[in-house]
Design a protein around this ligand. Structure first.
Ligand SMILES: Cc1ncc(COP(=O)(O)O)c(C=O)c1O
Length: 445
């Protein structure tokens, strides 16, 4: 504040932002600049950003095509009411319909991933006239009251649900080997899908509006579904008249090697939700892409809800430019380099007996740790009540930061998540995995 401003009693204490997911035990890094896959802290130290901040800066940190599109739109008209028409908003809706699976074409814009999921759920409840939405344990769909009730991660649920009623959602088990006793991936797919059918029957099929699911578990651990799982789920949804909604907030926009995670599964959902990568996170934007018949039903009935910043024109301009960037070269980069990333991670698992498994797809991977003697996690934040227990997985991340590479933890924090920007080069991937390799050795040997 200027020295000569008269003293009014305001602003006597300095302001400070409270970090999200705040942990009083750790001091977050302050990041002030970025270029491609690298970010710089306030001391000028460089770090490879192997988690695209929050799995979202898919085009890297300095994409001029996106920032120029934002500037041009801000100069033309920076804001138009979300209740009115706007040319750039319609143009982005058209771009999205082009890249979305099958007949998904009607776009209801929102601001954040949490709100997009709440909107999809509201639309599903309205068109199905049914109250419940099924989601899986070990999922993440957002942290607001509504989205928090959909999230299956116990840490988020206990924070949101402790003081607020979180109704209208029921949980089922994820198709993870630890949740079932299956002999093969195909057997796991069958058992896990049968279990979903059991949950629908027991909740009462008439009361279930939708199943909401990440095609590949994101913050909960980069886990793809076993082969055939989504196909069977689609059949079950059709049989019981339940909508299938894909939460593509992380998996969309090339993160897993296709435009959307469901493309790789070859299964068409009734709606998908998006956020993060749509603008490479340069400005907030999210939304729901719904099947034609759902959009028509909403238009016919009217829809008396909205958000001021939904489909913000500057964000829509960023989204159009980001999609061009993904299309022109970034999707190709992921497709070319993903096999190398996968094989480097498999080598890592072979080299360290503390790495229980590596799993993922495209540029979204999890390295899961376990005590080789017991097969159990070193510290399980959901199962352990000892807050002071040291988590060696967190120590691996710190050792990687010392080597100039940022990774993320998962929910639960028994793993290291890897989600570099889609512009990351082969040499940078090599450097990042080398750093992880050394960080694991330093921590456990
Ligand atoms: C799969 C998924 N859905 C929804 C969300 C919530 O998005 P937001 O944080 O923008 O509300 C996230 C956030 O990480 C996510 O990973």
């Amino acid at each position: 504040m200027q020295e000569n401003v008269p003293h009014t009693g305001h602003g006597e204490t300095g302001g400070e932002a409270i970090p999200h997911w705040h942990d009083p035990e750790s001091e977050p890094m302050t990041i002030v600049e970025g270029e491609d896959a690298t970010v710089y802290d306030d001391d000028g130290s460089a770090y490879l950003d192997f988690v695209s901040q929050l799995y979202c800066t898919n085009a890297g940190h300095s994409n001029e095509a996106i920032t120029e599109a934002m500037t041009a739109q801000a100069e033309r008209i920076p804001y138009v009411s979300s209740g009115k028409g706007n040319d750039v908003r319609d143009a982005l809706a058209d771009d999205l319909a082009e890249i979305a699976p099958g007949s998904l074409s009607e776009v209801y814009f929102s601001v954040s991933g949490s709100e997009a999921n709440e909107s999809a759920v509201q639309i599903a409840r309205t068109v199905q006239d049914a109250p419940k939405v099924l989601t899986r344990w070990q999922s993440y769909h957002g942290g607001t009251a509504g989205a928090g009730s959909l999230t299956g991660d116990p840490s988020t649920r206990s924070t949101v649900g402790r003081y607020a009623a979180t109704t209208g959602s029921a949980k089922f088990l994820p198709p993870l080997p630890t949740a079932f006793d299956a002999d093969s991936p195909e057997d796991l797919a069958e058992q896990a899908a049968d279990h979903v059918e059991f949950v629908i029957q027991n909740e009462g099929a008439d009361s279930v509006a939708a199943i909401l699911m990440e095609p590949i578990g994101g913050a909960s651990g980069g886990y793809p579904a076993p082969p055939g799982y989504f196909e069977r789920l689609r059949e079950i949804c059709d049989e019981y008249d339940v909508l299938l909604i894909a939460d593509e907030v992380i998996t969309g926009f090339g993160r897993c090697g296709d435009w959307f995670g469901m493309d790789t599964e070859g299964v068409e959902p009734d709606m998908l939700t998006f956020a993060k990568g749509v603008t490479s996170a340069y400005v907030p934007l999210a939304g729901v892409i719904a099947d034609e018949w759902i959009g028509e039903a909403v238009r016919e009935e009217g829809y008396d809800l909205g958000q001021t910043f939904a489909g913000h024109p500057v964000a829509c301009a960023a989204g159009r430019a980001a999609i061009d960037e993904y299309e022109s070269h970034l999707l190709d980069n992921v497709r070319e380099l993903a096999p190398m990333l996968e094989s480097r991670l498999e080598e890592l698992a072979d080299a360290h007996d503390v790495v229980e498994t590596v799993r993922g797809r495209g540029f979204l991977w999890s390295v899961v740790f376990a005590d080789p003697e017991t097969g159990d996690p070193f510290v399980h934040p959901w199962a352990s009540d000892d807050d002071d227990e040291e988590n060696p997985v967190a120590a691996v991340r710190e050792a990687a930061v010392d080597r100039g590479v940022i990774f993320s933890g998962g929910r639960p924090d028994v793993q290291i998540l890897i989600a570099p920007p889609l512009c990351t080069t082969r040499a940078e991937l090599e450097r990042g995995i080398d750093a992880l390799d050394e960080a694991i050795s330093e921590t456990f040997e």
